[in-house]
Design a protein around this ligand. Structure first.
Ligand SMILES: N[C@@H](CCC(=O)N[C@@H](CS)C(=O)NCC(=O)O)C(=O)O
Length: 201
């Protein structure tokens, strides 16, 4: 069985959501980032970490990509135009959605207080808003970013939307982007992941 390591209210959710979509059982081991247990697996102390047999894997996008490729679901095959477009959405999510959220988080509670630049938060909110406008332009007829096929790109984008709610970043309450986020959250796998989160809290 897969072992997912890390405090679940974090990028660990991306790995849990992927495993729920795949219907793969997993053990969730809720260690905090930078804990001794996590540092023993990942020198940066960052979570999530996935253990698959003897292999220790880090970095949520790499983990989700590995799982999708391995199980042949939630992804277009490597070396196809579909995969290049899917990866472009994933990269967009990491650069433009996550980048803004993570910079705000680091300057709110991750970095030591004496080096935080709290004035950066409105800049991050503005960047996030611009990224949502780009997403609206890039969204096709849906229902997902890759059309009829739900992929890990939707998981990374959907996770950023949930993160934005917690971080109190503005998001549209109606329109195509809001409808898309609601569709992602309506998936049974998302509900199963949230239930598992509550169990662990
Ligand atoms: N690129 C990594 C980033 C992992 C990451 O920064 N995780 C956060 C929690 S969501 C963390 O461990 N933060 C602790 C720290 O930055 O020291 C990924 O996507 O997994």
């Amino acid at each position: 069985m897969y072992k997912v390591i890390g405090h679940p209210q974090s990028r660990v959710m991306r790995v849990m959501w992927t495993l729920e979509e795949l219907g793969e059982p997993y053990e969730l081991i809720p260690h905090n980032p930078r804990s001794e247990e996590v540092r023993a697996l990942n020198p940066s102390g960052k979570i999530p970490v996935l253990i698959d047999g003897d292999a220790v894997l880090t970095d949520s996008v790499a983990i989700c990509t590995y799982l999708a490729d391995k199980h042949g679901k939630l992804t277009f095959p490597a070396g196809t135009i579909g995969r290049a477009r899917q990866d472009s959405f994933t990269q967009f999510a990491v650069d433009e959605l996550e980048g803004a959220l993570w910079t705000a988080a680091k300057n709110s509670f991750i970095h030591p207080e004496d080096i935080r630049v709290t004035a950066i938060k409105p800049v991050c909110k503005r960047e996030f808003d611009t990224a949502l406008k780009t997403l609206e332009k890039r969204l096709g007829d849906g229902p997902f970013v890759m059309g009829d096929t739900f992929t890990i790109a939707d998981i990374i984008i959907g996770h950023c939307s949930g993160w934005a709610m917690v971080a109190k970043f503005d998001q549209p309450s109606e329109g195509p982007v809001a409808d898309y986020f609601n569709r992602l959250r309506a998936r049974p796998s998302f509900g199963a992941m949230m239930a598992r989160l509550k169990e662990t809290a």
